[in-house]
Design a protein around this ligand. Structure first.
Ligand code: HEM
Length: 161
């Protein structure tokens, strides 16, 4: 083997050792954002009552836009039924705030809670009757009343108000 050949073999060997480094990423490629863990965790932490309340909320939001529109009465009536079913479930549950109420006051607190739920059910039922009668003014009035009950209900039966 002559000297030139020996040198070229050594250089080629050295280059092949370096080959894996060529084109190596300077840093890892950016990863896609993680799944929205916070939102999932919040839902997991929901009480069964919150789950029912969220159904009422969705129905209420639909009704806010649909109530003045006779063409949407069939869907409005479906949303009323969803809310009524959620209220039937809710009235049999206890607000989590009950644990902060002195034991002696709990029966009264729970009775008041149930009466408020019953009033909410009645107002949704007034809304139902108004929609079935095609009485737009009565439907709007019932909506206004049940909307106001949300605030008083939360003031009286949640710690957050
Ligand atoms: C249209 C009327 C109402 C709507 C749309 C509504 C909606 C909601 C929503 C969305 C939540 C969940 C809040 C969260 O995720 O942190 C909630 C919670 C709650 N609501 Fe209502 N609500 C209404 C009426 C009422 C009434 C009348 C009462 C009481 C009689 C009530 C009692 C509660 C309680 C106690 C909680 C907390 C859940 C728990 O303690 O586990 N709500 N409501």
């Amino acid at each position: 083997m002559n000297a030139a050949l020996a040198i070229s073999i050594v250089v080629a060997g050295a280059l092949s050792l370096l080959a894996p480094l060529r084109g190596a990423p300077l840093q890892d490629a950016p990863q896609p954002p993680a799944a929205p863990a916070a939102a999932a965790a919040a839902e997991e932490g929901d009480t069964p009552l919150m789950v029912e309340m969220e159904k009422i909320e969705q129905a209420e939001q639909f009704l806010r836009r649909s109530i003045g529109d006779a063409a949407q009465d069939a869907e409005s009536l479906k949303q009323v039924a969803i809310a009524q079913q959620a209220i039937l479930a809710s009235k049999l549950m206890a607000p989590k705030m009950v644990t902060n109420v002195p034991e002696a006051d709990r029966p009264k607190f729970l009775a008041e809670y149930r009466k408020s739920m019953a009033s909410l059910l009645i107002e949704f039922t007034h809304l139902e009757q108004a929609l079935l009668d095609g009485d737009r003014a009565a439907a709007k009035l019932a909506y206004k009343k049940l909307h106001a009950m949300e605030e008083t209900g939360h003031n009286d039966f949640t710690d957050g108000g």
